[in-house]
Design a protein around this ligand. Structure first.
Ligand code: MLT
Length: 391
């Protein structure tokens, strides 16, 4: 029997990377050797210190709860480490009720929408932007009002472009800097402006800071919680995935406004059972050692960034070196203008290289493609050579 899918699933396009995986599988079936530089999934191994912590914790005979529900026996070390990290990194003091651990930001974004939105509600998301914001809204029975991030504004969200009626009705406004996919960074004044908007319109400002630690050339990324009074309206999503090469471990945090954090925790109580205690201890170890663990990871991305920007610019692109994230966001060649999907498909078919088409991040991502720096230097170089040869 074929069962009908829920209306909420019918409202969603295929998940971006699931669709790319299908494309790649079909290409492989036709004998194409695929070279991936699409998803942001670090190739560099999780640092030894974290892996050793896992080896110790997973086999610790002194911890009889190590195999049991993580939510029932949470490791206090993890939220403590989040608080310590925020204090050291941004000078932000967090109270216990302002902190939730998460199983990574992707889950938490959807869970958060379920916790604060009602059917028919509106939330605001930037486009191009991480598709999961909209997915959360749709799962909650709500709608997304899309706001364009324009190259001429440095891909900063223009608060004045949000219609008054949308501002009045909206429950959440998502922002994300350093930005995926555009790689843009935002100054402190931008975050102040966001908090002001949230306060004026009674909207939760949800800052997705998944890339806050992947920064280069001395750039230091702010936290929205550094804005005085931000905790009145803002929450911040942090993930250990990219900072510590821990994508598969699923660990992160949401901190800030206590009522919003509490709504997320209640959703989590209902839909997950927490994560393995060993992972919680490892996340704590990672955060407590961020100052030594993160720079070597970023040194690798910085080298690859320079290589990628150098190769593309030598071929006629005019890209600035991004100061943050693990991506390169570049215009598609002129003949593909208006069809980044066709560019990505032709590239895959003729060279085997899989990039992420900008359209996958929404209508205003059109005209661009994204390269991820999370692939070995030799793979990235080969892929770049092929891109350049094809264009
Ligand atoms: C990406 O490539 O955009 C990310 O790896 C996706 C994610 O964080 O879920």
């Amino acid at each position: 029997m074929d069962f009908e899918r829920s209306q909420r699933l019918q409202k969603l396009p295929p998940y971006l990377f699931a669709a790319l995986r299908q494309k790649m599988a079909a290409a492989r079936e036709r004998g194409i050797k695929v070279i991936r530089i699409d998803i942001g999934d670090p190739d560099t191994a999780t640092p030894d210190l974290i892996v050793q912590e896992m080896q110790k914790r997973i086999a610790d005979p002194g911890d009889p709860d190590r195999h049991r529900y993580g939510c029932d026996r949470p490791a206090a070390e993890f939220p403590e480490a989040i608080k310590s990290f925020y204090k050291r990194r941004w000078g932000v003091s967090l109270k216990d009720e302002q902190v939730s651990i998460t199983t990574g930001s992707k889950d938490a974004i959807v869970q958060f929408a379920l916790g604060v939105m009602n059917p028919g509600d509106v939330a605001i998301a930037p486009v191009p932007g991480y598709p999961t914001y909209n997915i959360g809204h749709v799962f909650a029975g709500g709608f997304t009002h899309q706001v364009p991030l324009k190259p001429e504004n440095g891909f900063l969200l223009d608060f004045d472009a949000i219609p008054a009626e949308v501002a009045r009705l909206a429950k959440i406004l998502w922002i994300s800097y350093p930005n995926n996919p555009t790689t843009a960074i935002a100054p402190m004044e931008f975050f102040s402006r966001a908090v002001e908007f949230g306060r004026k319109h009674n909207v939760i400002i949800a800052h997705d800071a998944a890339y806050s630690e992947n920064t280069y050339d001395g750039y230091v990324s702010p936290s929205i919680l550094q804005v005085p009074g931000a905790e009145d309206v803002a929450v911040e999503f942090f993930s250990l995935s990219k900072a510590f090469s821990m994508t598969g471990w699923r660990a992160g945090s949401v901190v800030g406004n206590a009522s919003a954090v509490s709504a997320l925790k209640t959703v989590k109580d209902n839909v997950d059972n927490g994560q393995l205690r060993a992972i919680q201890f490892c996340a704590a170890a990672a955060l407590n050692n961020a100052e030594t663990l993160v720079p070597p990871i970023n040194a690798i991305y910085q080298r690859r960034r320079d290589m990628a920007v150098g190769a593309l610019n030598a071929a006629g692109w005019r890209l600035a070196k991004p100061k943050a994230t693990i991506y390169i966001w570049a215009p598609v060649p002129e003949r593909y203008k208006g069809d980044s999907g066709a560019f990505a498909t032709d590239l895959l078919e003729t060279t085997g290289v899989m990039v992420t088409p900008g359209r996958g991040y929404g209508q205003w991502g059109e005209g661009f493609f994204r390269i991820s720096l999370t692939y070995p230097d030799a793979v990235l170089k080969e892929a770049l050579d092929r891109i350049v040869a094809m264009t």
